[in-house]
Design a protein. Sequence first.
Length: 236
Amino acid sequence: MTRVAGPQGRKGRGGLTPMLWLLALAVLAPLTVLIAAMGTGVGLWSPEIGLDLLTFRIGRFLALAGVMAGLIAVVLALRDLRRRGLLAAVIVLIAAGTLGGYLIQGARMQIAAPTDVTTDAAEAPGFSSLIQDRRAAAGAVGPGVAVTCNGVVSAPTQVTPEVAAEALRAAGFRVIGAAPFRAEGTRVGSAFGLTHDAVIRIRPGRTDVRITARDDRAQGDQACRLLATVVRNLTS
C-alpha cells in the first residue's frame, strides 16, 4: 500500500524553501543599490532619486531587513545544519557585508568637506568659458570660493600641457582641452553619475589644480581625494 507523505515530508515545511526566501530578502538591498547606481549613471533618474531615495532610504531599510533575515536563517539552520548550514552562512555574509558597506559609505558621505577645492586658495585657477557653459547647462552650482585640502599643495614643478592632461586622465577625467599653461577635464562618477570639473594651471616652477563638483550634495571628501590624486599624478 502506497504511503502518502505528511506535512513533515513536504519541502516547504522541512526543506530549503524558507531559507531561499530569506536569501531573496538579504539580496534585496545590494540589488536595489545596483539598480539605483545603474539608473542614475545612465540618466534614467536624478541623484536625488538614485542616491537619496533608493540607496540611502529604501536601501538602508532593506539592509536592516537583510540582517533580520540572517538572524532568522541562523535559527533555522540550527535545526538542520547539514541541509541549511551553508545557505545560512551565505545569507549572513551577504547581510553583514551590505550593512557594513552602508555604515562605512554612509559615514564617508556625511563627512563635512568642501566641494570646491584647490591648491591655491589665494588665486584659484579659473575654468574656461566652455566648462562654465557646460556647468550652467547642467544646472551646476558655483563655482564659488575654492578652499584648500589638508596636506594637498601645489606641484612644485612646471609641467607640460601633455603631462597635465595625462594626470587628469589617470584620475578618471575626460580631458576637455589642453593648451599652453593649462588643461581641463570632467569626471562623471561611475556609480551615481556625480560630476566634477578640473582645471590645471601651469606656471614657471609651480602647477596648481582646482576640482569643483557640479552638485552641492554631501559627497564626503571626494573632491579632496580627487585633488590629491591629480597632484600626485603630476609629481609621480
